[in-house]
Design a binder for this molecule. Structure first.
Ligand code: HEC
Length: 105
């Protein structure tokens, strides 16, 4: 009985976190399709970018050393070839959440 209760409490506290995470990924996905897809392959199954010299988001996610920290540092430096689109702080975390969701576990 106690164990069931504990499990119920754990589930109830994890659910909002999970829901929030998938909303971030979704927002990042939409943004990527709108702003990044011109050059990057942004779809989960995409393995070649429209612009051949540009890594797909799948490639980025699965590069060794890519973490949420590495991505947020990266986003703070100007994107060399990107048109003057300034990514807002909250968009950065949405995009990072989406990119990292493509990482093979
Ligand atoms: C005009 C083309 C263009 C657009 C649009 C663009 N990128 Fe890029 N991106 C590049 C190129 C070219 C590179 C590879 C060269 C480099 O690393 O600077 C790159 C590299 C990256 C990298 C680093 C990859 C690595 O291997 O380290 C990330 C992360 C990234 N882009 C994210 C984004 C996101 C997020 C967006 C949309 C908000 C975006 N890019 C839009 C051209 C573009």
């Amino acid at each position: 009985m106690v164990r069931v209760l504990i499990a119920a409490v754990l589930l109830a506290s994890a659910a909002p976190v999970l829901a929030q995470q998938s909303t971030r990924e979704e927002a990042g996905y939409k943004l990527a399709q709108a702003v990044c897809a011109e050059c990057h392959g942004v779809e989960p199954e995409e393995r070649i970018s429209p612009n051949m010299d540009v890594p797909t988001f799948y490639d980025v996610a699965n590069k060794p050393g890519i973490t949420i920290v590495a991505l947020s540092v990266w986003f703070r430096t100007p994107h060399p070839t990107m048109p003057n689109y300034v990514i807002r702080e909250d968009e950065t975390s949405d995009l990072s959440a989406y990119i990292l969701s493509l990482k093979i576990q």
